[in-house]
Ligand binder design. Structure first.
Ligand code: ADP
Ligand code: MG
Length: 247
Protein backbone atom coordinates (compact mmCIF):
# COMPACT_ATOMS: atom_id res chain seq x y z
CA UNK A 1 0.00 0.00 0.00
CA UNK A 2 1.53 3.37 -1.01
CA UNK A 3 2.38 5.79 1.79
CA UNK A 4 -0.09 8.65 2.34
CA UNK A 5 0.82 11.94 0.71
CA UNK A 6 -1.57 13.78 2.98
CA UNK A 7 -2.28 13.02 6.63
CA UNK A 8 -5.03 14.96 8.37
CA UNK A 9 -5.31 14.53 12.13
CA UNK A 10 -8.08 15.83 14.43
CA UNK A 11 -8.52 18.93 12.33
CA UNK A 12 -11.04 21.45 13.65
CA UNK A 13 -12.01 24.88 12.38
CA UNK A 14 -13.87 27.55 14.32
CA UNK A 15 -14.66 30.96 12.80
CA UNK A 16 -14.66 33.70 15.42
CA UNK A 17 -17.90 35.65 15.73
CA UNK A 18 -19.81 37.58 18.39
CA UNK A 19 -21.51 34.39 19.71
CA UNK A 20 -18.26 32.74 20.76
CA UNK A 21 -17.41 31.18 17.38
CA UNK A 22 -18.95 29.17 14.59
CA UNK A 23 -17.77 25.57 14.65
CA UNK A 24 -17.32 24.56 10.99
CA UNK A 25 -15.22 21.36 11.17
CA UNK A 26 -14.81 18.99 14.09
CA UNK A 27 -12.08 16.44 14.60
CA UNK A 28 -11.51 15.48 10.95
CA UNK A 29 -9.05 12.61 10.49
CA UNK A 30 -8.15 10.89 7.23
CA UNK A 31 -5.26 10.03 4.89
CA UNK A 32 -4.95 10.49 1.17
CA UNK A 33 -2.62 8.28 -0.87
CA UNK A 34 -0.66 9.34 -3.92
CA UNK A 35 -2.85 9.35 -7.05
CA UNK A 36 -5.97 8.66 -5.05
CA UNK A 37 -9.24 10.33 -6.05
CA UNK A 38 -11.17 11.24 -2.91
CA UNK A 39 -14.64 12.80 -2.96
CA UNK A 40 -16.07 14.72 -0.01
CA UNK A 41 -19.83 14.63 0.17
CA UNK A 42 -22.01 16.48 2.67
CA UNK A 43 -24.89 18.88 3.20
CA UNK A 44 -24.52 22.63 2.66
CA UNK A 45 -22.64 24.26 5.48
CA UNK A 46 -20.89 21.07 6.59
CA UNK A 47 -17.49 22.70 6.08
CA UNK A 48 -16.46 21.17 2.74
CA UNK A 49 -15.16 24.42 1.25
CA UNK A 50 -13.53 25.29 4.56
CA UNK A 51 -11.63 21.98 4.47
CA UNK A 52 -10.30 22.64 0.95
CA UNK A 53 -9.35 26.22 1.81
CA UNK A 54 -7.41 25.03 4.86
CA UNK A 55 -5.56 22.40 2.82
CA UNK A 56 -4.74 25.01 0.16
CA UNK A 57 -3.24 27.25 2.86
CA UNK A 58 -5.81 29.99 2.23
CA UNK A 59 -7.15 30.04 5.82
CA UNK A 60 -5.75 28.74 9.12
CA UNK A 61 -7.03 25.72 11.03
CA UNK A 62 -8.02 26.08 14.70
CA UNK A 63 -6.63 22.82 16.06
CA UNK A 64 -5.24 19.51 14.83
CA UNK A 65 -2.85 19.16 11.93
CA UNK A 66 -2.32 18.21 8.35
CA UNK A 67 1.00 17.14 6.88
CA UNK A 68 2.14 16.35 3.36
CA UNK A 69 4.24 13.34 2.38
CA UNK A 70 7.74 14.76 2.51
CA UNK A 71 6.95 17.49 4.96
CA UNK A 72 7.01 20.24 2.35
CA UNK A 73 4.00 22.19 1.17
CA UNK A 74 3.07 20.58 -2.16
CA UNK A 75 2.06 22.58 -5.19
CA UNK A 76 -1.70 22.78 -5.36
CA UNK A 77 -4.15 23.44 -8.16
CA UNK A 78 -7.62 24.58 -7.15
CA UNK A 79 -10.88 24.79 -9.09
CA UNK A 80 -13.90 26.59 -7.68
CA UNK A 81 -17.63 26.25 -8.29
CA UNK A 82 -17.48 29.14 -10.76
CA UNK A 83 -14.71 29.11 -13.33
CA UNK A 84 -13.45 32.60 -12.22
CA UNK A 85 -11.76 33.34 -15.54
CA UNK A 86 -10.42 36.76 -16.41
CA UNK A 87 -13.01 38.08 -18.88
CA UNK A 88 -10.54 40.12 -20.96
CA UNK A 89 -8.10 37.26 -21.46
CA UNK A 90 -8.45 34.55 -24.11
CA UNK A 91 -8.63 30.83 -23.31
CA UNK A 92 -4.87 30.42 -23.80
CA UNK A 93 -4.09 33.56 -21.81
CA UNK A 94 -6.26 32.37 -18.93
CA UNK A 95 -4.68 28.94 -18.91
CA UNK A 96 -1.12 30.23 -18.84
CA UNK A 97 -1.74 32.79 -16.11
CA UNK A 98 -0.16 30.67 -13.31
CA UNK A 99 3.02 30.39 -15.39
CA UNK A 100 3.14 34.16 -15.97
CA UNK A 101 2.83 34.66 -12.22
CA UNK A 102 5.82 32.32 -11.83
CA UNK A 103 7.64 34.30 -14.54
CA UNK A 104 8.08 31.29 -16.80
CA UNK A 105 9.59 32.09 -20.21
CA UNK A 106 6.76 33.08 -22.58
CA UNK A 107 7.49 30.51 -25.30
CA UNK A 108 7.52 27.72 -22.70
CA UNK A 109 4.27 28.97 -21.16
CA UNK A 110 2.58 29.09 -24.55
CA UNK A 111 3.73 25.58 -25.41
CA UNK A 112 2.42 24.23 -22.09
CA UNK A 113 -0.85 26.09 -22.52
CA UNK A 114 -1.28 24.46 -25.92
CA UNK A 115 -0.73 21.03 -24.37
CA UNK A 116 -3.37 21.81 -21.75
CA UNK A 117 -5.84 23.03 -24.41
CA UNK A 118 -5.44 19.64 -26.04
CA UNK A 119 -5.74 17.74 -22.76
CA UNK A 120 -9.09 19.35 -21.94
CA UNK A 121 -10.33 19.20 -25.53
CA UNK A 122 -10.59 22.92 -26.33
CA UNK A 123 -8.75 22.91 -29.65
CA UNK A 124 -10.13 25.64 -31.89
CA UNK A 125 -11.10 27.87 -28.94
CA UNK A 126 -7.59 29.05 -28.02
CA UNK A 127 -8.36 32.68 -28.87
CA UNK A 128 -11.96 32.78 -27.61
CA UNK A 129 -12.95 35.02 -24.73
CA UNK A 130 -14.75 33.58 -21.67
CA UNK A 131 -18.04 35.25 -22.66
CA UNK A 132 -18.09 33.10 -25.81
CA UNK A 133 -17.70 29.80 -23.91
CA UNK A 134 -20.38 27.49 -22.51
CA UNK A 135 -20.32 26.69 -18.79
CA UNK A 136 -18.68 23.32 -19.43
CA UNK A 137 -15.98 24.87 -21.60
CA UNK A 138 -15.25 27.56 -19.02
CA UNK A 139 -14.81 24.88 -16.34
CA UNK A 140 -12.44 22.99 -18.64
CA UNK A 141 -10.37 26.20 -18.92
CA UNK A 142 -10.35 26.42 -15.10
CA UNK A 143 -9.21 22.78 -14.84
CA UNK A 144 -6.48 23.36 -17.44
CA UNK A 145 -5.33 26.45 -15.53
CA UNK A 146 -5.21 24.46 -12.29
CA UNK A 147 -3.14 21.70 -13.92
CA UNK A 148 -0.67 23.77 -15.94
CA UNK A 149 1.96 24.06 -13.20
CA UNK A 150 1.74 20.28 -12.70
CA UNK A 151 0.50 20.45 -9.10
CA UNK A 152 0.98 17.53 -6.69
CA UNK A 153 -2.55 17.93 -5.41
CA UNK A 154 -5.71 19.02 -7.18
CA UNK A 155 -8.50 20.48 -5.03
CA UNK A 156 -11.89 20.74 -6.73
CA UNK A 157 -14.79 22.54 -5.03
CA UNK A 158 -18.05 21.49 -6.71
CA UNK A 159 -16.54 22.32 -10.10
CA UNK A 160 -19.55 21.07 -12.06
CA UNK A 161 -22.36 22.33 -9.83
CA UNK A 162 -23.46 25.05 -12.23
CA UNK A 163 -23.60 22.78 -15.30
CA UNK A 164 -26.64 21.08 -16.80
CA UNK A 165 -26.96 17.33 -16.21
CA UNK A 166 -25.70 16.15 -19.59
CA UNK A 167 -22.67 18.46 -19.69
CA UNK A 168 -21.93 17.45 -16.15
CA UNK A 169 -21.86 13.76 -17.05
CA UNK A 170 -19.59 14.48 -19.98
CA UNK A 171 -17.27 16.35 -17.61
CA UNK A 172 -17.04 13.29 -15.35
CA UNK A 173 -15.64 11.26 -18.23
CA UNK A 174 -13.25 14.09 -19.13
CA UNK A 175 -12.03 14.49 -15.57
CA UNK A 176 -11.54 10.73 -15.16
CA UNK A 177 -9.48 10.68 -18.32
CA UNK A 178 -7.37 13.68 -17.26
CA UNK A 179 -6.86 12.22 -13.79
CA UNK A 180 -5.63 8.96 -15.28
CA UNK A 181 -3.45 10.65 -17.90
CA UNK A 182 -1.80 13.05 -15.43
CA UNK A 183 -1.66 10.70 -12.41
CA UNK A 184 -2.87 13.38 -10.01
CA UNK A 185 -4.01 13.17 -6.42
CA UNK A 186 -7.47 14.73 -6.23
CA UNK A 187 -9.77 15.84 -3.44
CA UNK A 188 -13.12 16.87 -4.87
CA UNK A 189 -16.10 18.31 -3.04
CA UNK A 190 -19.51 17.48 -4.44
CA UNK A 191 -23.20 17.32 -3.59
CA UNK A 192 -23.83 14.48 -5.98
CA UNK A 193 -23.78 10.81 -4.98
CA UNK A 194 -23.62 9.71 -8.63
CA UNK A 195 -20.73 12.05 -9.32
CA UNK A 196 -18.75 10.76 -6.35
CA UNK A 197 -19.33 7.11 -7.29
CA UNK A 198 -18.44 7.70 -10.91
CA UNK A 199 -15.16 9.42 -10.09
CA UNK A 200 -13.80 8.45 -6.69
CA UNK A 201 -11.67 5.73 -5.18
CA UNK A 202 -13.07 6.74 -1.82
CA UNK A 203 -15.94 8.88 -0.58
CA UNK A 204 -15.98 10.73 2.74
CA UNK A 205 -19.39 11.81 4.03
CA UNK A 206 -19.54 14.79 6.38
CA UNK A 207 -22.30 15.42 8.92
CA UNK A 208 -24.28 18.64 9.33
CA UNK A 209 -22.33 21.47 10.95
CA UNK A 210 -19.93 21.09 12.57
CA UNK A 211 -18.71 18.71 9.87
CA UNK A 212 -17.42 15.40 11.22
CA UNK A 213 -16.57 12.35 9.16
CA UNK A 214 -19.62 10.14 9.20
CA UNK A 215 -18.50 7.60 6.63
CA UNK A 216 -15.29 6.73 4.80
CA UNK A 217 -16.29 4.36 2.01
CA UNK A 218 -14.11 2.67 -0.63
CA UNK A 219 -15.61 2.74 -4.11
CA UNK A 220 -14.69 -0.70 -5.40
CA UNK A 221 -16.10 -0.23 -8.89
CA UNK A 222 -13.89 -1.29 -11.81
CA UNK A 223 -12.19 1.30 -14.05
CA UNK A 224 -12.42 2.72 -16.58
CA UNK A 225 -15.98 3.59 -15.65
CA UNK A 226 -18.56 4.52 -18.22
CA UNK A 227 -22.24 5.41 -18.14
CA UNK A 228 -23.32 1.79 -17.96
CA UNK A 229 -21.78 1.37 -14.54
CA UNK A 230 -24.55 3.49 -13.06
CA UNK A 231 -27.09 0.83 -13.88
CA UNK A 232 -25.25 -2.00 -12.14
CA UNK A 233 -26.54 -3.43 -8.87
CA UNK A 234 -23.25 -2.73 -7.09
CA UNK A 235 -23.43 0.95 -8.03
CA UNK A 236 -26.98 1.01 -6.66
CA UNK A 237 -25.87 -0.63 -3.44
CA UNK A 238 -23.07 1.91 -2.88
CA UNK A 239 -25.43 4.79 -3.72
CA UNK A 240 -27.93 3.57 -1.13
CA UNK A 241 -25.19 3.38 1.52
CA UNK A 242 -24.15 6.96 0.81
CA UNK A 243 -27.74 8.17 0.73
CA UNK A 244 -28.38 6.60 4.15
CA UNK A 245 -25.23 8.23 5.56
CA UNK A 246 -26.24 11.68 4.30
CA UNK A 247 -29.71 11.51 5.82
P1 ADP B 1 -19.91 23.92 2.63
O1 ADP B 1 -18.85 24.20 1.63
O2 ADP B 1 -19.95 22.51 3.12
O3 ADP B 1 -21.28 24.37 2.18
P2 ADP B 1 -18.52 25.97 4.15
O4 ADP B 1 -17.18 25.39 4.43
O5 ADP B 1 -18.60 26.98 3.09
O6 ADP B 1 -19.57 24.79 3.94
O7 ADP B 1 -19.06 26.65 5.49
C1 ADP B 1 -19.19 25.96 6.72
C2 ADP B 1 -19.74 26.91 7.74
O8 ADP B 1 -18.75 27.88 8.05
C3 ADP B 1 -20.97 27.69 7.27
O9 ADP B 1 -21.85 27.83 8.33
C4 ADP B 1 -20.38 29.02 6.82
O10 ADP B 1 -21.34 30.05 6.97
C5 ADP B 1 -19.23 29.20 7.78
N1 ADP B 1 -18.13 29.98 7.21
C6 ADP B 1 -17.43 29.66 6.08
N2 ADP B 1 -16.47 30.56 5.86
C7 ADP B 1 -16.55 31.48 6.85
C8 ADP B 1 -15.81 32.67 7.17
N3 ADP B 1 -14.77 33.07 6.42
N4 ADP B 1 -16.18 33.35 8.27
C9 ADP B 1 -17.22 32.94 9.04
N5 ADP B 1 -17.95 31.84 8.81
C10 ADP B 1 -17.62 31.11 7.72
MG1 MG C 1 -18.95 24.90 -0.32
Amino acid sequence: MPTPILTIRNLSAIFQNENGGLHALDNITFNVRAREFVCVLGPSGSGKTTLLRILAGLIPLTSGSFTFGHGEQPSIGMVFQQATLMPWRTVTENIKLPLEVKKIYEATARKKANEMVELVGLQGFEDSLPRDLSGGMAQRVAIARALIHDPDLLLLDEPFASLDALTRERMWTELSRIWQARQKTVIMVTHSINESLFLADRVLVLTQRPGKIKMDMAVDLPRPRNDDIRYTSHFGKLARKLRAAIE
